[in-house]
Design a protein. Structure first.
Length: 94
């Protein structure tokens, strides 16, 4: 068991996607205290809590920019906003 007084706290946004899950696993395996956010995939969030001892927070960063209070030593911004209704502009050689 690591000395908790020297353990770093990491917050991973978008923790339930494929990259997010890998980040949760990697930081947890390296003895960080991991907290991650998710929006809709509660089942996956709960499984990550069980598998890695991480803490999940349901938080939609597209709707709110307020992060949870507490000590954050490392922030991994792993979320993106996909607006599939937006027009796509292609650059061509013409």
């Amino acid at each position: 068991m690591p000395d908790m007084s020297s353990t770093k706290n990491v917050l991973i946004t978008g923790g339930t996607g494929s990259v997010g899950k890998a980040l949760v696993e990697a930081f947890s395996s390296s003895r960080y205290q991991v907290t991650f956010t998710y929006v809709t995939n509660e089942k996956s969030a709960k499984q990550l809590e069980v598998d890695f001892g991480a803490k999940s927070i349901r938080l939609d960063l597209a709707a709110s920019t307020t992060l949870p209070k507490g000590d954050i030593d490392i922030l991994v911004n792993n979320v993106g906003i996909n607006n599939s209704d937006a027009e796509t502009h292609l650059v061509t050689d013409k």
